[in-house]
Design a protein around this ligand. Structure first.
Ligand code: ARG
Length: 395
């Protein structure tokens, strides 16, 4: 029997390989999808796969991740209770690429993933696999065996599976271009202060440079396309944004998160580039959209975030929201000047050819319309509130 393991090279997916052999899978392939995780992890996945006798495939999906998934996160101002959805937006792409690998290198009797039964990723990955490789059975061995982390380590030691670093690593980390998530160990206690060692992409505000950094981000139709007049593609701009924002202590996030299954968990993230680019995008959107449009867009953003958190990339509502968002983004063109300083982010200015703003009309010093024409409009303002106040007085 043949199995394809969606393989990160970490503890959970590594122990799946010998465990699959025990239940009769004799030909095992692995697929790692590169969405910007550390090169060392990618290399170690290949090494471990070959030590375990698996036929390994590596798919570089960084450009696609940046230009289709991270760019959507910018357009929708991605925010789930303060989390820019960094892990969540990568799962549908990982599942799609793994499904395509299953179809081109198969036939396989199973596609296997390493998600536990407690998290969100099992929903996201399995939905994506069923969507793109329908009919191939899916196995989740950690969940099937109800294994704890220490049971996984004990099993790996018993069968001699290569997990050396995983034993000493206390944190469970998921990393891609859009951010890093850090969980586990003492961080599970919501009252435990995150130690400095969990952060890899961001300086602490105290250690950030004493001089502020100012930069101008240029957007074209909702997408950042240049930074300080240097044109870049989405992958380059996100990589660069991560570097400058991280260097200035921006993007540390510590939240209580409500998982899909109803569990409340403590989560830490580092998403410097996401925080910088989304803040600039929001600033520009607020210049080019009408008040009622802004209110509605906020509802659309929240719905999108909820669908994406649940892994439903491709849901009919997802498509409808995307069409609405694309229509607005056509006007989100212009530039935003930001100041990055010791963990704080300030919008210094914004400009757009599509601004719904007229300085002359808004100004105290210009008379572009006859102010006296307002009298009637003001007189009838608050009619219902007034009626209500009178009613209360009568009682
Ligand atoms: N809580 C986040 C989410 O569900 C991050 C999950 C990180 N996954 C991990 N295997 N460490 O999107």
């Amino acid at each position: 029997m043949k199995a394809l393991v969606v393989y990160s090279g970490g503890l959970d997916t590594t122990v799946c390989i010998p465990a699959l052999r025990e239940i009769g899978f004799d030909a095992i392939s692995t697929v790692t999808v590169d969405v910007g995780q550390p090169q060392a992890d990618i290399a170690s996945a290949a090494r471990r796969a070959s030590l375990l006798g698996a036929d390994h495939h590596l798919i570089d999906a960084k450009q696609e991740f940046a230009s289709e998934y991270c760019s959507a996160a910018i357009a929708f101002n991605a925010d789930y209770f303060g989390y820019p959805l960094s892990t969540a937006i990568a799962r549908p792409l990982i599942a799609k690429k793994a499904a395509q690998a299953a179809l081109s290198h198969g036939p396989f009797d199973a596609i296997v993933h390493g998600c536990t039964g407690k998290g969100n990723d099992q929903f996201r990955i399995e939905f994506g696999l069923r969507l793109h490789a329908p009919g191939i059975p899916i196995r989740a061995l950690i969940r099937e065996k109800n294994w704890t982390r220490s049971e996984e380590i004990a099993y790996a030691e018993k069968v001699g599976a290569p997990i050396e670093q995983s034993k000493t690593k206390i944190w469970s980390i998921d990393e891609n271009l859009w951010g890093r998530s850090i969980e586990g160990g003492q961080l599970e206690d919501p009252n435990y202060e995150p130690p400095e060692e969990i952060f890899q992409w961001t300086k602490s505000p105290q250690n950030a440079p004493d001089q502020p950094l100012e930069c101008t981000i240029h957007f074209d139709s909702g997408m950042p396309v240049a930074l300080d007049d240097k044109k870049m593609n989405p992958l380059e701009i996100i990589t660069f944004a991560n570097r400058i924002a991280g260097e200035n202590g921006i993007g540390r996030i510590d939240i209580m998160e409500d998982r899909m299954i109803g569990l409340k968990v403590r989560e830490n993230y580092e998403c410097p580039g996401a925080v910088l680019l989304i803040s600039a995008h929001r600033a520009l959107e607020s210049l080019v959209t009408a008040a009622h449009e802004r209110r509605f867009k906020a509802v659309v953003d929240a719905e999108w975030a909820d669908l994406v958190y649940r892994g439903l990339w491709g849901d009919p509502l997802f498509e409808d929201l995307s069409a609405f968002c694309a229509s607005i983004q056509k006007r989100v063109t212009g530039s935003v000047k930001m100041k990055l300083y010791k963990g704080s982010l300030t919008v210094l200015g914004r400009t757009s050819p599509n601004a719904l703003y007229s300085e002359a009309d808004a100004s105290f010093d210009d008379n572009t319309f006859d102010q006296s024409a307002m009298t009637g409009m003001v007189q009838t303002h608050g009619m219902a509130s007034l009626l209500y106040a009178r009613l209360k007085q009568k009682k």
